[in-house]
Design a protein around this ligand. Structure first.
Ligand code: TXA
Ligand code: MG
Length: 369
């Protein structure tokens, strides 16, 4: 894309693949897997109820969990998603300017249900819809070429860790979707930040690729008041972000999250002894503080480094959860991080993936959330 938003594609194979994908999503019911900078998406036209239903069916996603619409330009948002005369709420202007294209999703009012071009299935009959402009060139090119806003959840089977490689999408959805565009590894590695500026104070509905500190800093006085929504909700409780109440991000192995455990050596040994796990296969995911497994008396079968910085950890986390799981471990022990900057989104995902949390050697069994 040039400065005027004009698209040019120099590689003929890329162009051919994009044309194939465009053909598919233009047909009612057509969906494709595609890369974004956050995670891979499963995209279909936001304007076609058949396409949106096909997304829910392929993922086995509960029908009351609404989808984000992805756009390639502000002009397209106005032409394709808003009703005539509808404006983008002014509270978002500074944030859009700063963070689009990128991993920020905003909530907008529908204003008139009868006139809205968006399929009611996209918003799961909520009076609002969500939208973001991805920065990944393949995602934006697909949306621009088709001139279709794409409803796209993460392209994993529901409850599984989100996909950050095309092979993850293939693993979960093979035989269910006709095409996956392979754009390599996702840069950000976890989903976009979802914010609601239609309420006062504004709400952070899902921590993600843009840290909330950045929103406070850039957004002006209104956004300095932003409130962090609670992480989970009961089965029958109405929630602002319906996605929060479902089981999420879970590999097959049981995930045990260790918090405030120093170098981990004492806590890990104690946990294994107390729960008689000496014969089990355990994978260790380390980041900033944990010692390597050589200090753990041969109790750990394999280990992976997620990296030292928030950006590295969030990029590697889902891929390593999947990879270690594929290697057939019974348990995945993972080190927690501080809940600020990237850490808030990382801990949001890890807490949901974990069925057990060990904090200062105190064990809480919670079941994956
Ligand atoms: O980074 C991302 O956002 C990725 C990529 C593919 O763009 N997409 C993604 O979609 O994470 P999904 O469906 O896995 O998560 C969408 C989240 C859910 O928690 C959902 O409940 C919330 O956004 N959401 C969507 N529309 C909403 C609405 N109208 N009101 C409240 N929450 C909404
Ligand atoms: Mg998801």
């Amino acid at each position: 894309f040039d400065d005027h938003g004009r698209l040019s594609i120099s590689d003929p194979d890329t162009e051919k693949a994009l044309r194939m994908a465009t053909e598919i999503i233009k047909k009612p019911g057509g969906v494709v897997g595609f890369p974004t900078e956050t995670v891979y998406g499963l995209g279909g036209s936001s304007l076609s109820t058949e396409s949106v239903k096909a997304i829910y069916a392929a993922k086995h996603r509960p029908a009351d969990n609404p989808l984000i619409s992805h756009i390639s330009s502000i002009d397209q948002l106005k032409r394709r998603l808003l009703i005539p005369g509808q404006k983008i709420p002014a509270v978002y202007e500074g944030l859009i300017e700063k963070f689009w294209p990128g991993p920020l999703t905003i909530i907008m009012p529908i204003e008139d249900e009868n006139k809205s071009p968006i399929s009611p299935c996209v918003r799961a009959n909520q009076p609002t819809f969500t939208v973001r402009m991805p920065v990944h060139p393949i995602a934006r090119a697909l949306i621009a070429m088709s001139d279709l806003p794409l409803a796209a959840p993460s392209a994993n089977a529901s409850t599984r860790p989100s996909p950050t490689l095309a092979s993850h999408v293939y693993h979960d959805l093979k035989g269910r979707i006709p095409l996956i565009l392979d754009g390599g590894a996702c840069d950000v590695g976890l989903e976009s930040t979802v914010i609601d500026g239609t309420v006062d104070p504004p709400m952070l509905l899902r921590p993600g690729g843009i840290p909330v500190e950045m929103i406070r800093k850039v957004g002006g006085p209104f956004w300095q008041k932003i409130v962090i929504a609670k992480k989970t909700a009961g089965k029958n409780e109405p929630v602002k972000t319906p996605g929060m109440k479902y089981k999420h991000y879970s590999p097959t192995a049981e995930v045990v999250l260790f918090l405030d455990c120093g170098d981990g050596v004492h806590s890990i040994k104690k946990y294994i002894k107390d729960h008689h796990l000496e014969a089990e296969k355990i994978g260790l995911l380390r980041s900033e503080y944990f010692a390597d497994s050589s200090k753990m008396s041969g109790l750990i079968s394999l280990e992976r480094d997620l990296g030292q910085t928030g950006l590295d950890i969030q990029k590697n986390m889902f891929a390593e959860l999947r990879e270690v799981d594929e290697l057939g471990v019974d348990y995945i022990f993972v080190e927690g991080v501080h809940e600020d900057h990237e850490g808030l989104a990382i801990m949001n995902r890890l807490t949901k993936a974990a069925s057990v949390v060990v904090k200062n050697d105190e064990v809480t069994v919670r079941g994956p959330q």
